[in-house]
Every structure is written in C-alpha cells, then in structure tokens.
Design a protein around this ligand. Structure first.
Ligand code: GAL
Length: 836
C-alpha cells in the first residue's frame, strides 16, 4: 500500500522514536489597504536592467514524445553539438504564429482544467493527486507538463563589447534555456533565481531568439506549485567590469545612537586589465546623502573577481521597525577614467534583532511577539504568477488582522514579496527548499542568502521543513554544514528549521539550530523549555484551524468545514489552543499560523475530490476574511474588536451556535431586542450562545470596565438584488503591470451582503485586462482564467491589470436578475519600467 506523506511522517517519527456605538468591525471585504508606501530611492543610470516580461509566445510540449516536443531530445541528440539541432522551436526561422501570445509572469497550470481521480478512496485515505490540487501536471500527464516559451528581440550593434545577461527570478521548473540555438543554461529548483551570461551568443544588430523549455514533470512540494516562467525575467547590459549579481551586501550593526555599515561589493572583470575605483553613496530614508565612500584605485586583471570592503558610521540612524519601516539605499558606482561604467542600487535597513530565551524576540531592543503566518505563493485567479502589486496587497491583507511575520514556506519567494515586507513592515523567515548538504542544495541555499541578505525584514534563515532525518545524527551532520554555510554568508542572522517531531528538539537537528522551529505539538513546548531553559523555540507552524468562509454546518460530502474555531487536524490545534499557550509565555517568541491565506492543493481536511484547495487559511484564497481573522485581530492587534457570527438567515426554530470574537471583557447578546445573557470573555478565548433562530436582528454589545465600547449585528437579509464592486485602489499606474483586486458582493435591496448567495457573475473589463477570477470556495472547479464566476457565500473577486495608456479601467459585473454594477479605476500616467 502506498504511504501518504502524512503516514510517512508518522512512520518517520516512530522509527526515529453592524456597528452603532462606535463602528464595530464590519466585515472587511477589501477595505482600504495601503498597497505601497513611497520610498525615496536613487536610480542606477548606467547599467541597463530591462524587463523581459512582455511579448512572449507559449506552447505546450510533450514530456514523452519528441514529435510533440518540437524535436527536443529526438535521437538522443540534445547535447550532441553546441548551438545546433536542439529543437525546431529554437530555430530563427521557426513560425510561432499558432503559439499563444502571453506576458510574464505566467503559470500555465492555472489555466488547465481540474481532473478528478478515477480511483475511489477509503475514508481518511489521501488521494495523491489532491496535493497539487487536481491539476493535470506531473509524470502522469506528459502532454501538459512541458511548456515552451519563445521571445524574439533585438540587441543593437552598439551593445557589442558589453556583458549581456538574462536574469530569471524563478522558473518552475527544470528550465532549458536556449539562446540563438545554444543551450546556455539548465536550471533545477523552481524556486531559485539564476543568471545566464549570453554575451558570446548574441546577434548584435540583429534578432535574437530566446526559447525556454520548462519541465514540470517533477514537483518539489506537496502543494500547488504551478508551472512556467512565473516570475520576472530581466535582460541586463553591463560593462565587462561590473558589479556581480547580488554583489552588494550592506552588513550593519547598531549600538546606541550609532550604526556601523560594512559594505562588501563583489566586482567581476570579464574584460581586459582595468583600473577603476568604486564609490558607494548612502542615502537615508528621505533620499538625503548621508555617506560617500570612495575606494582606492583598484587594478583588476582579466577574468578577476574581487570583493571590495568599505565601512562607514552613521549617527542617529533611522531604525527599520514594523511601525516605521525606514529604508536606506546605497548607490554603488564603478568609476574608470572619470566615468561611471556600472552602477547598482541596493536597499537595506538598520535594526537590531535578538532571540532571548526569557524575553522571546527583540526588535530594536524591544520584545515583539511574532504573530506570524505561513504562506504559499499562489493566489485566486492567477495561480503562482502574481503581478508585483498583488505581493503588496497580500502582505497588507495579512497586516490588517495583526499579522507581523511571514514564513516563506517552503521555498525562497519572489524578490518582490521581500520588497513588500521591507516596505510595509513584516518580519520574514526565508526558507530554502531542500534540506540537504549536497552541492546543488547548498548552492540553492547560497543563492537565497546572497540574493536576500540585505532585506531588513528577514530575521531568520530556515534550512528546512519536517525532514524525516530531523532526529538523527545524519540530520545533524547535514544541518551543521548548512548552518556553517549560512554563517559564512551572513553571520548576522540565526538559523532555524521547522521540526514536527519533538524528539528532534533535543537531538538530531534541534541542538544544531539557533532557533528551534516547532511545527505543531504546541502543548509540549512549555515542558521542553522547562527542561532546556537555554533553548529558543518558536512555532514555525501553529494553530491551523480548518474552516470554510461563511459555512456554519460541517458538510463532509460537499467538502466544507465550519467557520468556527473548532476543527484542526490531529497534528495541529485550533487558534485558541495555540494562542493560550504562546501569547502569555514570554519565553515563546511567537509563531507562524499555518496558514494566512488558503492555498491551492493539499485540500485538508478532506484531501479527496472534489476539494482542490486547503482550508487552513485565516483568509480564503481571494483574501476574504473568515471569522477567525477577527479572532486574531482581537488578540494580535491593539484596537477594540467585536465580531458576531454566524449570519442570520436560517430556518425558524433551528438551533444556532452563536459566537463572538472580541477583546472586550463582557459581551451581551440580544435577539430582536431581548437579552440572551452576558458572557465574560477570557483572554484569548471567545464567547458563545445556543440560540433558537427567529428572523430579525441579532446584536452583540461589547463592554470594557462596564462601558459600552462596540456593538455588532447580524440581520436577516432579503433576497439577492444587486451587485456591489469594491476595491482598495483609488487609482492604478498605467504601466501595464499594476493590478487591483476587485471584490464583488451580492447584496439585498438594502445593500446587505446575502450570506448564502451563489449567483453567477459575469465581468466585462475595458481599458485594462481581466487577469483572473476566484471565490474562495475550496471545491470550486470553475476556471480561474474566465470572465465569469459564481459567488461563494455572497462574495467573489476579479483581478484586473492596468494597461500602458492612462485613462479609465472599467469593471462591469452582471448577473441574471440582479442590478449590475460598474467600477472605474483611473489609470494615471506612469513611466513603464524599461523593457525589451
Ligand atoms: C506540515 C507541512 C506543511 C503543511 C501542513 C499541513 O506538515 O510542513 O507544508 O503540509 O503540514 O498541516
């Protein structure tokens, strides 16, 4: 019998041993979310870094038949001759007219239909296809697991002599990069950023054919991973003597009112012997120059690589914090014969971090509880291919309910996610994909740290997650090597791994780590800390209530959980169970709830068709709040919260379990003006009543110290009558990239959300593009790339993208029998990013 991943884990453990007075928390369906904060940032002007996202062609290939794969691999000849006969699609005169025109980022899997298993499963048996969300990708589906990307572009004759490189932020996975007929790179992990120097192969003054074959036959995770060139691609043009990729590292320390900067710049000379010096100009968060550092004259030999060290002291540094995420920048310039020949801008932040066995986590000397969430990278409607604006949007969404930390489970994220965390004030655990000390895994780890170490948001490097080797000596050996590599590349941050077998807290990898990550097993943490008082433990995966937005009656056959904080898988706990242990205990620095958003794949708790998405999220796949979001807001945030649920549209006489999440001390419930009694709120708890349903108004009144602070109400609403459209974006940049989430509410004649509405909504978008649609239903099999979506419990969403021309982006939403709605988002003139 095949073991499920969960069985293997168990085996491994055994083997190894309505607001009135004042406004209450009304349902937040895409309320005002700040999408980004302006940052005074200098710009590089000599080096060209051009976005290579636009104007691609795409076609599926075939993993098993070269005839359907443009001849790739026919007759075992792929690597026989450099630059010859690799694939017909790589030929300059190949006709790609019948290929689909696309822009990056692109995920072809989100576009594939859901495919149910033909096999039936016993109760509690997991369907292996569930892991990736029932999409036809992997070895069983050779005809939909290979993607070909093709782009033809000019490189001017004047570029001859410069170094031309392609930078891929991430391709899922196993890319074969073919440039002008040459295989110039093959990549492995789909989460790794990589660079390919193509200077030798370029046609200067002519057309260049870039073809990327992407093979997603093998996955890397047990969750939806998407497939394709799902992150940005860049074309860089530099002087032969240039700053290496990720070649500027600003290491800082802050003591009292002084910050010391150690700036290391990696130079590469791919030309003849040169003499040059470097100038590092440091800008404060307002864009004012606060230091200018000039190196001595350097003589660099042909092919030489050199790291230049510079130091500086800043007085009265402006510290990066969650409240004020102040960012500094350094402009690095290489100067030869009086001219700047290459330059780069790097942002960084000044802050101190410390994990203390008694006080938990300290940021700038002050204890900060880690109120974290783990997240995967996919989003409703668009899969793994997110416009940058969505990264900001998602981080802001998490912040709305008090989340202050993000674990990039289980892979290095796209760089823009980390930029968003830096700008918006979100702490990060950055995690590598494979916990192994083999050369490739170490190289992936190294790429992550080199790329990411300037981000002030990152507080920990994670070297792995729940590996079977965790309690073993072999595991310890691997962890030691990985930790040493982390320390060499960045001595400023501690090393962490996520462990689900508590035996490994005290043996195997646990003792190697600076910070032990406990996945679940919450009740065991205090006992462990009592016997190991010097250890530092955080919850790397905690809580993990499974819940369906807007559902209050469990329905296994349909695949729905309830939105009360009552159900968690055997290995996990409810939100309350986790919070009651972790929040009052200063030794526990905090933890990361599994998960912030629902994600595709791993459709727990049911793990069989028809479920296609997980139900762990505090938010659904669209980012709509489930009721537990108010629980976290109450106990993680600083404002009074009062949230009453469920909705109030039931059958007369039904017994309804009524809950209130609140941080006030006494809650009184009323049905149609009649008191149903008061309840005392215990810290990190909730209050509940069993109420016999009668239509009308259910109202909760929240008191603190005897004073009425908030009220909230649920009313019996009428039939669906109209559509409302909402967005948090007042305008978009007309740059062809900016994007907004448009929330759709199905409301009654009085404008109240109809909590059970499932109307089919059709969208018409003009002025911009409709990127995708979603509704947060964990078992919806409707297409994401479509112009219509059924509402799920009253809500659905569309993701729209700006065009490059200023004007109006207009979204219209229609449904039979409902009054239609229109929303206009002005697109303001903006300079599109330099692109090819
Ligand atoms: C953990 C794992 C996560 C996710 C979670 C579901 O074991 O690290 O990736 O699978 O379980 O509960």
């Amino acid at each position: 019998m095949a073991l499920s991943r969960r069985d293997a884990m168990k085996a491994g453990a055994v083997l190894a041993a309505a607001a009135t007075a004042p406004a209450a928390a009304a349902p937040v369906h895409h309320a005002a979310v700040k999408s980004s904060v302006p940052v005074a940032k200098p710009e590089a002007s000599v080096r060209e870094r051009l976005l290579l996202d636009f104007g691609w062609k795409f076609h599926l290939g075939h993993a098993a038949d070269p005839a359907w794969d443009f001849g790739f691999g026919a007759n075992q000849r792929t690597f026989a001759k450099a630059g010859y006969g690799i694939a017909t699609s790589a030929d300059a005169d190949f006709k790609d007219d019948d290929w689909t025109a696309i822009n990056l980022p692109h995920d072809w899997v989100v576009d594939l239909p859901f495919v149910p298993s033909t096999k039936s499963y016993k109760p509690d048996e997991e369907d292996p296809r569930a892991a990736h969300g029932f999409k036809p990708v992997g070895r069983e589906y050779p005809q939909t697991s290979i993607g070909w990307y093709r782009k033809v572009f000019d490189i001017p004759a004047s570029d001859l002599g410069r170094r031309i490189a392609l930078e891929f932020d991430g391709v899922f996975r196993a890319a074969t990069v073919i440039f002008n007929g040459y295989i110039v790179a093959t990549s492995g992990s789909g989460y790794r950023s990589f660079r390919v120097d193509v200077s030798d192969f370029a046609n200067y003054g002519g057309k260049n054919v870039l073809v990327v074959r992407v093979d997603a036959s093998l996955g890397e995770g047990w969750f939806y991973e998407g497939a394709g060139i799902y992150r940005h691609v860049w074309l860089t043009k530099q002087d032969p003597l240039h700053i290496a990729q990720w070649g500027t590292w600003v290491k800082s320390s802050v003591t009292g009112r002084t910050a010391t900067l150690s700036i290391a710049t990696d130079l590469v000379n791919e030309g003849a012997v040169r003499t040059a010096h470097i100038v590092s100009t440091v800008f404060d968060p307002d864009g004012r120059v606060v230091a200018t550092l000039k190196s001595p004259e350097l003589n660099l030999g042909a092919g030489e690589k050199r790291t230049v060290a510079q130091t500086s002291t800043l007085s009265s540094p402006r510290l990066w914090s969650l409240e004020v995420p102040a960012l500094y920048h350094v402009l690095t310039q290489i100067v030869a014969k009086g001219a700047v020949i290459d330059d780069a801008v790097t942002s960084f932040g000044l802050r101190t971090t410390k994990f203390d066995p008694a006080k938990g986590f300290l940021l700038n000397g002050k204890p900060v509880k880690l109120k974290g969430t783990c997240n995967h990278q996919d989003h409703a409607g668009i899969g793994a291919a997110l416009p940058d604006a969505l990264q900001d949007w998602r981080i802001a969404k998490l912040k709305e309910f008090g989340c202050n930390a993000y674990r990039t489970s289980h892979n290095p994220p796209t760089p823009e996610l980390l930029d968003a965390c830096d700008r918006l004030g979100m702490l990060v655990i950055d995690e590598t994909r494979r916990m192994s000390s083999d050369e490739e895994s170490l190289s992936d780890l190294e790429a992550m740290i080199r790329r990411d170490r300037n981000h002030p948001s990152i507080i920990l490097w994670s070297i792995g997650n729940e590996e079977p080797q965790q309690p073993t000596e072999r595991g310890a050996r691997i962890a030691r090597v990985m930790k040493r590599r982390c320390n060499e590349l960045d001595p400023t941050r501690p090393v962490n791994a996520a462990i689900d077998n508590p035996d490994a807290w005290g043996k195997g990898i646990g003792p190697v780590l600076d910070v032990i990550g406990a996945n679940y097993r919450t009740p065991k943490i205090p006992g462990f800390l009592a016997t190991s008082p010097k250890s530092i433990v955080i919850g790397t995966e905690t809580g993990s209530t499974v819940s369906t937005r807007g559902v209050y009656v469990r329905d296994k056959a349909s695949g729905y959980c309830v939105a009360y904080d009552t159900e968690a898988p055997w290995w996990a706990s409810t939100a309350e169970a986790w919070m009651k242990v972790a929040m009052p205990d200063s030794r526990i620095a905090g933890g990361f709830v599994w998960t912030g958003f629902d994600y595709r794949g791993e459709p727990t708790p049911f793990n069989v068709w028809p479920n296609v998405s997980s139900q762990f999220g505090i938010l659904d796949t669209c980012g709509f709040w489930k009721d537990n979001a108010w629980y976290y807001k109450a106990w993680w945030g600083n404002e009074p919260v009062l949230h009453l649920f469920p909705h109030w549209n039931w059958t007369v006489g039904e017994k309804i379990n009524v809950w209130v999440h609140s941080n006030l001390d006494t809650i009184e419930l009323f049905l149609n003006g009649q008191s149903l009694g008061s309840r005392k709120m215990e810290p990190y708890g909730h209050v509940e009543w069993d109420v016999t349903y009668a239509p009308g108004t259910l109202e909760a009144r929240g008191y603190k110290d005897g004073k009425l602070v908030l009220t909230d109400k649920r009313e019996t609403v009428g039939a669906a009558a109209q559509i409302l459209l909402k967005t948090d974006r007042g305008s978009l940049a007309a740059d062809g990239e900016d994007a907004a989430v448009v929330a759709v509410e199905i409301v009654d004649a009085e404008g109240r959300v109809v909590p059970t509405a499932s109307n089919l909504v059709s969208f018409k978008v003009t002025g911009g593009a409709l990127l995708g649609v979603g509704n947060g239903d964990p078992r919806s099999h409707e297409p994401d790339k479509a112009s219509q979506r059924a509402a799920f419990n009253g809500l659905c969403a569309a993701i729209v993208q700006a065009s490059k021309s200023a004007g109006d982006l207009r979204v219209e939403a229609m449904a039979p029998g409902l009054k239609a709605a229109a929303l206009v988002i002005p697109m303001k003139p903006a300079k599109p990013r330099a692109a090819v």
